[in-house]
Design a protein around this ligand. Sequence first.
Ligand code: B12
Length: 198
Amino acid sequence: MRVLLLKPYQDVPRIVHSPPLGLLYLAAALRERFGSDVDVQVVDMKARTLPPKWVESKLKEFEPDVVGLSALNFEAAVAREIAEIVKKHDNTTITAIGGPYPHHRAEEILGNSQFDWVFGGPADRTFPEAVSRLMTGEPLGTDLPGFAYRTEDGVHINEASDIFKDLDSLPIPRTGASSPRPLYLTECLLIGPKENAA
Ligand code: B12
């Protein structure tokens, strides 16, 4: 199973280039849970100022089974554009979106976009579980907090958030995995010791 996690680039004045922590946490969670059974790549298109069209070459090279995007509100349009490119390349690729933009917007997004899966709130446990169910062919179910997807009858939306308190139990992200450090404005936004960087 191959999972491609993308932070989209939206051209705005005074953009801040900081590591995409949400995606880096998800990559760490997938690596911890699946080891070499899942090949995870994180690309920070924002830090590299890569336009949506760049994704076409990445899809040909990596042929992911799942493409996950993280978006704030101002990145919504570009994230939707990337989902369209993914589906045009291969309609069977699962497109997922998480981050602040889709939070409590699952119905709207599933109703008028090319996203298959919408995650609201933290997804460190729920996203790997959905990927696991996809891998084994199990039903996606209704028990994953914050997870929404289309069904034969419409959409299933679980409005809860997967809030958990034991943050120390989360695997430490490899902060260097998405982009060379000089692309980010300041080291103070990096988390974890240097030896964790890829
Ligand atoms: C720290 C922070 C910053 C830091 C960023 C540091 C960094 N390294 O990323 C700084 C100071 C740079 C910053 C800047 C801005 N921020 Co800010 N920031 C935050 C804050 C406090 C925490 C974000 C964070 O790091 N969370 C921790 C990570 C691990 O969580 P996460 O990214 O949410 O990811 C988890 C889930 O969302 C989900 N998920 C995320 N992506 C994906 C993708 C998939 C496929 C899946 C399945 C799941 C998933 O799973 C992840 C793991 O659990 C949030 C408020 C909050 N409490 O969330 C505001 C927040 C994200 N910021 C916000 C805003 C508006 C901004 C600015 C636009 C402000 C401005 N006017 O300039 C800029 C944007 C800069 C840019 N992107 O260019 C808003 C976004 C609102 C929105 N809905 O769009 C928030 C929500 C604050 C708020 N309530 O208004 N910010």
